[in-house]
Every structure is written in structure tokens, then in C-alpha cells.
Design a binder for this molecule. Structure first.
Ligand code: AMP
Ligand code: TRP
Length: 336
């Protein structure tokens, strides 16, 4: 059976982008067809300015929301990264496999560090080394597939490079994983700025739909989405990014292709208004059951604790032999 690993950072409230780009595949497909591990990667949330209490709160919320969205602990393993020491243990060994040039070429590092410096802040060293920790997350479990949104493709590519390099230098130790992107909505864009990604850590929230937004808030955000000049509904990401984004979201919610959805609207001569209204309703219907289930689960924190405890136990058992093997292969003396 294939092994699948993916993760989500508790840096903010989960968004529609997280759901359509990643979580939905985990719930609908991955947990049913493979040995799947899903991780709240809290160590990754410390790479930027953070508030300890908020990270703690968001970690619990992310785990609860993943269960609310339909991850089933009977089918998959859900755990918190910092509960399993093997991740950081392996990250160091992979730091000795990666180069600093490789790290500096990562798009996300370039963008985030530039933003931080422009604001007069300093850049944490962990922001630079973060893709190595992500590689460790994946390689520790021998994952074959990594279901992620488009923005993580480069990090998974780096993970492959590190696995291949390590195996060549020190002997076959790691499975070489590949990224699996959704066909639709692999990059959901901000509703107010459809040229940038809908990101959960952004300060401005009018363009971001959160999974826990009330239905009226969802409707308002989508009805106010920036659309393009022109009025015909066509799917063209370059020329009409705002409309294309709504089409992707609607297609993502209803399991269709954006092109098909666009053709329906243009054949009916429908306006942007109709597209917005239908998209808003589709998202409201998508999120309602998740929000309801989240509220139920919040009333039972010991259930969530139990799932995470068990998940971490299983994850530890899986990761330990691989990380031990990597330690031996790279030349570290086994404990005597
Ligand atoms: P993050 O929020 O950065 O921890 O991302 C968790 C998962 O959601 C990753 O697989 C991302 O690629 C995916 N993701 C995050 N934002 C988006 C977005 N706007 N569109 C599609 N996928 C996304
Ligand atoms: N870097 C990913 C993100 O920002 C989160 C992540 C960390 C991850 N470790 C991972 C995703 C391992 C997939 C596999 O979205």
C-alpha cells in the first residue's frame, strides 16, 4: 500500500485554499486508498514572528478542523509534529545533505524574507532551513506521495533531490516521494487580490474565506470579490484572474472543471453577479457541515487529545527505524 504524508501549519485559521488545495483530497481520497499520515506541523509555525499561546491554540484548532472536515482516525494517522522527535532528529542529518544555495533559491523563502526585511524586521534562520524540516517530515515516513497545493511543489521537489542525493552517497535509505496536486483549485487566490495566493497568515482578511467563517460572512466576502473588466464569464487565468478564481472555487466545490462551468455561464449569457452568487452558495454549503462538526468536537476536547496521542504513538513507531537507519548510514556511531 502506498504511504502518504502531508502537513498543515498552524500559522492562522484554515482557509478555503487549504481545503480545496489539500485537505479535501486527504479526506475524500487519500485516507481511503493509502496508509496516510496527516500532521499539524507546529514547528513550522515558529519560523516567523509568533505568539506562543496563539500557536498552541491554532494547533488544536487545526487538528479539530481536520477531524471536522472528515479525517477518520480509523483510516488515517493524525498527529502533531512536535510530539514526534524524529522530525528534528532527521532534519539535522538532512541539513548535512542540503546546500545553503539550494535553500536560498526557494521561492517561499525569497518572498517571505524580502517581505520581512522590507518591514524592517529580521529573518529567523529557521525560515531558511524550513524546507529541510519539511523534507524530514516526509522522508521519515518513507512517503511515496505528498498531496499538496501548488505552492508546495518546489519544496517537495527539493525533498526528492535530498532523498536521491542521500541514497547515492550513503546507500539506499529513503523512498523518493512525489507531489500530488489537485486537478482543480491547486492555487486558490485571494478574493481581493486574485494575483496573490489566498494565504492564512495574511493580515488583510476580506479576501480570505476561513473554514470557520459564518455563512453570512462567506457570502459577503465572495459577493465583494474583485472581478475583471468585461462582463462575459470566461476561464482565463491571465486575462481574467478574478473570474477564473471564482470559477476554480465553484468547480472545486462541485467536482467539475472550470472550463465547463465557464461555458455554462457564457452560453446562458449570465453575468459575473450570477457566478458570484452561485459560488457563494456552493461554498456556504461546503463549509456548513464542517463548521457544525467542529463545534461538536470542541465540546469534547478529550476525544481530540486521544486521537492526537494515538497518532503520535503510531507515527513515532513508523519514523524511528528510518531515522535510525539514516543516522547509521551517514556515519554516526550507534548508541553502545
Ligand atoms: P499551509 O497553510 O501553508 O500550511 O498549507 C497547507 C496545505 O494547503 C498545503 O498543501 C498548501 O499547498 C495548501 N494551500 C495553502 N494555501 C492554498 C491555496 N490558496 N490554494 C491551494 N492550496 C493551498
Ligand atoms: N510547508 C507546508 C506548507 O507551508 C507544510 C508542510 C510541512 C508540509 N511539512 C510538510 C506539507 C510535509 C507536506 C508534507 O504548506
Amino acid at each position: 500500500m502506498a504511504r502518504i504524508f502531508s502537513g498543515i501549519k498552524p500559522t492562522g485559521h484554515l482557509t478555503l485554499g487549504n481545503y480545496l488545495g489539500a485537505v479535501r483530497q486527504w479526506v475524500d481520497a487519500d485516507q481511503h486508498r493509502a496508509d496516510a499520515l496527516f500532521c499539524v506541523v507546529d514547528l513550522h509555525a515558529l519560523t516567523v514572528d509568533h505568539d506562543p499561546a496563539r500557536v498552541r491554540r491554532l494547533s488544536r484548532q487545526a487538528a479539530t478542523l481536520l477531524l471536522a472536515a472528515g479525517l477518520d482516525p480509523g483510516l488515517c494517522t493524525l498527529f502533531v509534529q512536535s510530539h514526534v522527535d524524529e522530525h528534528t532528529r532527521l532534519a539535522y542529518v538532512l541539513e548535512c545533505t542540503a546546500t545553503d544555495g539550494e535553500m536560498r533559491r526557494m521561492i517561499q523563502y525569497k518572498e517571505k524574507s524580502a517581505r520581512e526585511r522590507a518591514a524592517g524586521g529580521s529573518v529567523r534562520l529557521s525560515l531558511l532551513t524550513y524546507p529541510v524540516l519539511m523534507a524530514a517530515d516526509i522522508l521519515a515516513y518513507g512517503a511515496d506521495e505528498v498531496p499538496v497545493g501548488d505552492d508546495q511543489a518546489q519544496h517537495v521537489e527539493l525533498t526528492r533531490d535530498l532523498a536521491v542525493r542521500f541514497n547515492q552517497r550513503y546507500g539506499r535509505t529513503f523512498a523518493v516521494p512525489k507531489a500530488v496536486l489537485p486537478l482543480v483549485a491547486a492555487r486558490v487566490m485571494d478574493l481581493q487580490d486574485p494575483t496573490s495566493k489566498m494565504g492564512k497568515s495574511h493580515a488583510e482578511t476580506a479576501g480570505i474565506v476561513y473554514l470557520l467563517d459564518e455563512s453570512d460572512v462567506v457570502r459577503k466576502k465572495i459577493m465583494r470579490a474583485v472581478t475583471d473588466s468585461g462582463s462575459e464569464v470566461v476561464y482565463d487565468r491571465e486575462a481574467q484572474p478574478g473570474v477564473a478564481n471564482l470559477l476554480e472555487i465553484l468547480a472545486g466545490c462541485t467536482g467539475r472543471k472550470p472550463m465547463e462551468v465557464a461555458a455554462e455561464y457564457s452560453s446562458r449569457g449570465s453575468s459575473y453577479g450570477a457566478l458570484k452568487k452561485d459560488t457563494a452558495e456552493a461554498v456556504v454549503e461546503l463549509l456548513r457541515p464542517i463548521r457544525d462538526r467542529h463545534a461538536q468536537l470542541c465540546a469534547d476536547p478529550s476525544y481530540v487529545d486521544g486521537v492526537l496521542r494515538e497518532g503520535a504513538g503510531r507515527a513515532r513507531g513508523l519514523a524511528r527505524p528510518t531515522v535510525d537507519a539514516a543516522y547509521r548510514a551517514i556515519g554516526l556511531l550507534p548508541p553502545v
